[in-house]
Design a protein around this ligand. Sequence first.
Ligand SMILES: Cc1ncc(COP(=O)(O)O)c(C=O)c1O
Length: 381
Amino acid sequence: MRPDGRVLLNDFSRLWAEIGEDVLHAVAEVGASGHYILGPQVAAFESSLAALAGLPGAVGCGSGLDAIEIGLRALDMPAGAKVLTTPLSAFATTLAIVRAGGIPVFVDVDAQGLLDLDQAQQELARDASIKFMVPVDLYGFPISPGALAAMGERFGVAVVEDCAQAILAEHSAAKVGTAGAGAAFSFYPTKNLGALGDGGAFLAKSPAVIERARVLRDYGQTERYVHARLGLNSRLDELHAAVMSRAQLPRLRAWTERRRQIAQRYLHGLAGSAVQTLPVEDGSAPVWHLFPVLAPLGRREELRGFLAARAVQTGVHYPFVIPSQKALAGVPFACPRKLANAEAFAAREVSLPIHPFLTDGEVDRVIDAVSAWDPGGGKRT
Ligand SMILES: Cc1ncc(COP(=O)(O)O)c(C=O)c1O
């Protein structure tokens, strides 16, 4: 129990209590090494990450946003290319597509909030000019790599999977990110593998694509002062790489296991409550970056207020569908179909606290608080 009695979405004081000493060692090591940019720490972290993700190579970048952009550009996506993607994600997914010169084409999501693969197929069949796709393993739910790979092959579509929320997630024993041409990860501090600042990585199957991503993250330099492309400055720091290698990576499997235990406790405890949990597909092994539930339409803020009054912090992922964002006014994009499910998520989704440092007692307090809420009238207890 925290001194203030609150149950938080993320609890960085507990994170620090667990990893602080390792972090300080890693910082001391990098500080003493005098090597601060693109040195041995980044190289070692990239190798560990590639092994963990089941892909041959990784390129550490400045953020998840950059990793997606770099991935699309490393695949030589032409300017003006249409990119099939989801309307329900962090805005960064779409922003990266636009920054890479692509035109987002949004199709609706399914009952898990993931890109609806049936609709995606229909759209690819209808519009043969779509040759790129950025699906998102939202909330830590894996999109079936088998289904993605089959779709990519059938329609000749290059897939860059946004795995920012889904490191270690698997479907039918296949890892997220392995189905397509490449995968992007984010190490934003709240992520399952989070740095103490910004970071990301792009991983790919093809050594040529990996090499192009390496060039793009470093001003487009192929060798010192030789610039083949207009790249970015998006290099993962030695400090972040060292910290993650020493403090977070060795704990990631145990932390993921704890998220899964908490999710099971919620799924069991919330059955019969007034909120709807999301279905977990057969064969799916999510990593529960978030624990999303759906409130009855029009009652979300009431639920959130009820929980806040019981010291339970909640979030919303995400309150708006991406094509409705003002930043896209004047930006070319397409919305060929209705986004009914995505709109429903945007109106109804509530994220309950889930992180590896929650105690069973705290999870039960959240379950009790949600169970006490009665959208039909008064309290249930
Ligand atoms: C699904 C998704 N894609 C992309 C990003 C962007 O990652 P970053 O914040 O590291 O740029 C995030 C995280 O914010 C995310 O959740």
